[in-house]
Design a protein around this ligand. Structure first.
Ligand code: NAD
Length: 477
């Protein structure tokens, strides 16, 4: 049993009175505890982060970048340990958890490289063409930031926020999800090993109350939240009195469109990967697949074959494709959708069953009517809904008929056709003829109720910075 402690101002707190268990969904047993932050601990942390901000925001950008490189190296050294703990906490197959750690390393390295010249850029004075003025364009850190993350990609979602925040010169209060806190605790250990200055990265554990207190605080400049749309909406209301700078990465119900000319095997492979990776517990999961009517039957046959070949088992086994769902709560949510599917009389191609423990069978429903709850709602589990379409126009209307707009995929041998479809989709990330590739230099985020703002890339860095213009008459210099 591991007993995690808050990490405040470079120190772990002493023994806590209020705590919650950390659960291993594969073995169905508790493996540790996290403390629940008290009012006093929250206020104390906010104070320390503000104190540390004075020095960190004035630390040369090259020096801040060096710390980010060191975090990347620390993650590299502890890769196996972190991946194993991701798997133990939320049941993700180990082979996927290892990819997660690599993504996090790539993110810290990217922001180290792309932020080291911030100071040099800030010092430039340029002549503004066709005017009488010189200008200086400066980017400055927003201040202390509260980072609230979910359980489905621990280490990765955290990296997407911590790396640009530290690069920009902000100090951080991180609130991991109670489901998967151990990987984030390892980040505290790494920050101690590399002598990151005290108070620059603080980690507090707790539930809704902690996230809400951080969001209310007048002494925190920004909240960056990843989680469900419902909680994002709640935090938006709570943040209103302080008019907080708020970034939100929320739910999704992404579509995959397979055109008439698409290769049958490729459609089945990309569709399976798009929904069954991480057991469907992905905001970008392509949970609605639209297939041209002329290839529909053949794709369904191939999909059924591929899904039934997936290996369900112990997530620590490198051969496992499907582990348990992340928690009892998630298991109950997914099983409830099996019941709804029965009530809605949906046709099941494969799966639709509870298995032992927190496991469910990967599932496909087909010919799903458009007002079905399974077609409309984010399930966050291994359930795919499939429908045929006749014309491209019809496919685009069906794909866009959702309150979400995070991602989408298109499969076609005709690149012009695929790009034209991509241009018509209301989503922030579109993959054409490829798996869900995520690159730190490109942005992440979407339309409608999926996001406010963007993470990763330059947009991700700018979301932690304020822009200042200084204007000076040319004649005086
Ligand atoms: P969640 O909204 O329940 O929790 C997210 C975070 O908020 C956690 O740290 C949690 O402790 C905290 N929280 C929970 N209830 C709260 C409340 N009432 N007030 C304040 N804070 C609260 O989400 P989850 O179940 O951890 O994660 C799944 C959701 O996250 C899905 O909807 C998924 O689509 C979304 N997600 C989105 C992205 C993205 O990039 N768009 C990435 C990953 C996950």
């Amino acid at each position: 049993m591991i007993e995690l402690k808050h990490f405040i101002n470079g120190e772990y707190t002493k023994k806590e009175e209020n705590f919650r268990n950390i659960y291993n969904p594969s073995k169905q047993k508790d493996i540790g505890t996290i403390p629940i932050a008290s009012e006093e601990e929250i206020l104390d942390t906010i104070k320390c982060a503000n104190e540390a901000l004075k020095q960190w925001s004035n630390t040369p950008s090259e020096k801040r970048a060096e710390y980010l490189y060191k975090i990347a190296q620390g993650l590299e050294k502890r890769k196996d340990d972190i991946a194993k703990n991701i798997t133990l906490c939320m049941g993700k197959p180990l082979k996927e958890a290892l990819l997660d750690v690599e993504d996090a390393i790539a993110c810290y390295s990217y922001y180290a490289e792309s932020s080291k010249d911030i100071d040099a850029e800030n010092q430039k004075i340029v002549s503004l063409e066709d005017t009488d003025y010189n200008i200086s364009k400066r980017y400055e850190p927003v201040g202390v930031v509260g980072l609230i993350v979910p359980w489905n990609f621990p280490t990765v979602t955290t990296a997407w926020k911590v790396a640009p925040a530290l690069a920009a010169g902000c100090t951080v209060i991180l609130k991991p999800s109670g489901v998967s806190p151990i990987p984030e605790h390892i980040l505290a250990e790494i920050s101690k090993e590399i002598n990151l200055p005290n108070g620059v990265l603080n980690i507090l554990y707790g539930g809704a109350n902690l996230a809400q207190e951080l969001t209310k605080s007048e002494d925190i400049a920004k909240i960056s939240f990843t989680g469900s749309t419902r909680v994002g909406q709640e935090l938006t209301c709570i943040s209103a009195p302080s008019l907080k700078n708020l970034s939100l990465e929320l739910g999704g119900k992404s579509a995959l469109i397979a055109c008439e000319d698409a290769d049958i095997d490729e459609v089945a492979t990309l569709a399976c990967n798009g929904i069954f990776f991480n057991n469907g517990q992905m905001c970008s999961a392509t949970s609605r697949v639209l297939i041209h009517k002329n290839i529909y039957t053949k794709v369904l046959e191939k999909l059924k074959q591929k899904v039934e070949e997936l290996k369900i088992g112990d997530p620590l086994d490198m051969g496992t494709d499907i582990g348990p769902l992340s928690s009892k709560k998630q298991f109950n949510t997914v099983c409830n959708y099996f019941e709804i599917a029965k009530e809605e009389k949906l046709a099941c191609l494969t799966g639709g069953k509870k298995l032992d423990g927190n496991y469910v069978s990967p599932t496909i429903y087909y010919d799903v009517f458009k007002t079905s709850r399974l077609w409309q709602e984010e399930i966050f589990g291994p359930i795919l809904c499939v429908n045929p379409f006749d014309t491209i126009e019809e496919a685009i209307i069906m794909a866009n008929d959702t309150e979400y707009g995070l991602a989408a995929s298109v499969i076609s041998k005709d690149q012009n056709q695929a790009i034209s479809i991509a241009n018509s989709l209301k989503a922030g990330i579109i993959w054409i003829n490829t798996d869900q590739i995520v690159l730190p230099q490109l942005s992440w985020g979407g339309y409608k109720k999926s996001s406010i703002g963007r993470e990763l890339g330059e947009e991700g860095l700018n979301s932690f910075r304020e822009l200042k213009h200084i204007i000076m008459p040319k004649e005086k210099y």
